[in-house]
Design a protein around this ligand. Sequence first.
Ligand SMILES: Cc1cc2nc3c(=O)[nH]c(=O)nc-3n(C[C@H](O)[C@H](O)[C@H](O)COP(=O)(O)OP(=O)(O)OC[C@H]3O[C@@H](n4cnc5c(N)ncnc54)[C@H](O)[C@@H]3O)c2cc1C
Length: 506
Amino acid sequence: MSVELPASSPSPALLQTPPDDDLVIKHENEPYDLLGVGFGPTHIALAVAFAEERPGKRALFIDARETFAWHPALLLPASRMQISFLKDLATFRNPQSSFSFVSYLHSFGVDRLASFSNLGSWTPSRTEWASYLAWAAKRLESNVWWSSKVVSVQPTTDAGDSLVEITVRDFARQTTRVVYARNLSLAPGATPFIPKLFGDVLPAFPEIAHTSAYLSTLERLKLNAATFSGRVAVVGGGQSSAEVFHDLISRFPNAKVDMFYRASALVPADDSPFVNARAFDPARTEEFFGLQTQERSARLAEFRRANYACVAPELIESMYKLLYLQRLHPGEPQHRIVPNTEVLSVERGEDGVGVRLTIGSTLSTGGAPTTGEYAAVFLGTGYHRPSSSLSFLAGLASEYPALGAFLSGAAPALEVGRDYALEGSSERGGRVFVLGFSETTHGLSETLLSVGAVRAGEVVAALQLPAAAAVAEVSTPVASKTERGRSAHVHVGTLTPDSERSPERD
Ligand SMILES: Cc1cc2nc3c(=O)[nH]c(=O)nc-3n(C[C@H](O)[C@H](O)[C@H](O)COP(=O)(O)OP(=O)(O)OC[C@H]3O[C@@H](n4cnc5c(N)ncnc54)[C@H](O)[C@@H]3O)c2cc1C
């Protein structure tokens, strides 16, 4: 039996994608002008910018997922976006774009746009934003290979044209495909961070999951919303933990939920206008990049509370109220939020059922460790961007020293230029962009959505593209590896002239 969703879950009508013609970025059997690895929001914004600013050029995006989904296991009824809807896929770069959030609302009819405006809110629900992103992804779908994982990338040349050869494992067709591109962009996103204590035991404990798998884990555990009265633990004191804690107590009225976290208090995410302006405005990327290393570190530390280990203020308010209201009733509180604590050990519960956690205090005054048995444990332990998520780039390491240093562990972070491109050891033609990995040089917004539209425009402007030609003759870089029947010499049709920008890097 699956878990019942509360009445306030999104209605099917809200999730429905309105019909729309595909926006086609032309691609044929020749090298792509741009190949993107990953098709999350970062690259959807790039695809939109590319389609709007480089008409006639060819792009392909490759994603390991079966289809588009944005944090599907955390689309909770109460979850809201943490940015203004104006920071959508396109508006900050091109306010006339048909890919804006306003266009999305209007695609359902003016009534939907009017209804949204009546909310008087800048921040849509996360569910509505996921639906908006899915709508945009669908419109670009003819330029995407889903169920396809990039497994390796090699440099190659074709008649003086520097290309990259990309090997792709296609899970749906159970085949390996090879494609070529002039420019490569990487946006593989973040990976859930699981502390070693839990990582070591995870395979033996299906009741333990990272919050990124929250809803799917509930479904798998088949907990009955009306009757479940067991204990659930949430580990961590950030936004995801708070959302999961709040959702558990709403979803399972009889459950007992404990939240353990190391800090001394849940602290609010700083969303105030001066902080927003200094930390997240697109213009700040340039300023941040120009700072000395120590100044950058100091700035990141100064604004850390705008993004890390913090909780939306309204959520903190409602959690505090809940704890207070428990005090009106005698006896043990149903739910607990326990600061200055950490999990010391994870074992099987009594009779081989559930999870027994040993919880210790982080303070010398905190007393002896305690134990508790839980039917489920959710880890709100954050995300990271390990070099392993770019290991498929090993074939480019000798051409790009900063990449080699990052992949080998010699450098703690991946260094890219202001335009997000890796600097090559030789003057290659094509370029390699890495998006989302350069918080230390580009600022806090680098891993978020805030500058996504503007950054996409910057990358499109920095692409190395061949001069527009009426007819192009392209030869196969590696004759033995062909893609879609690509032969030694492919006659390519008329390319749309690129009248807007110089064909050189600009
Ligand atoms: C719950 C949650 C809520 C968030 N809310 C906000 C918010 O309100 N505001 C904000 O600014 N930020 C928010 N963020 C942070 C950030 O904006 C999002 O995580 C966003 O999804 C990042 O987009 P992305 O495209 O860079 O990465 P992702 O969305 O993670 O997409 C990366 C894609 O790359 C694919 N991929 C990876 N490796 C390969 C490979 N080798 N081959 C093929 N495909 C590959 C993956 O399948 C994935 O689909 C949130 C994060 C979380 C976890």
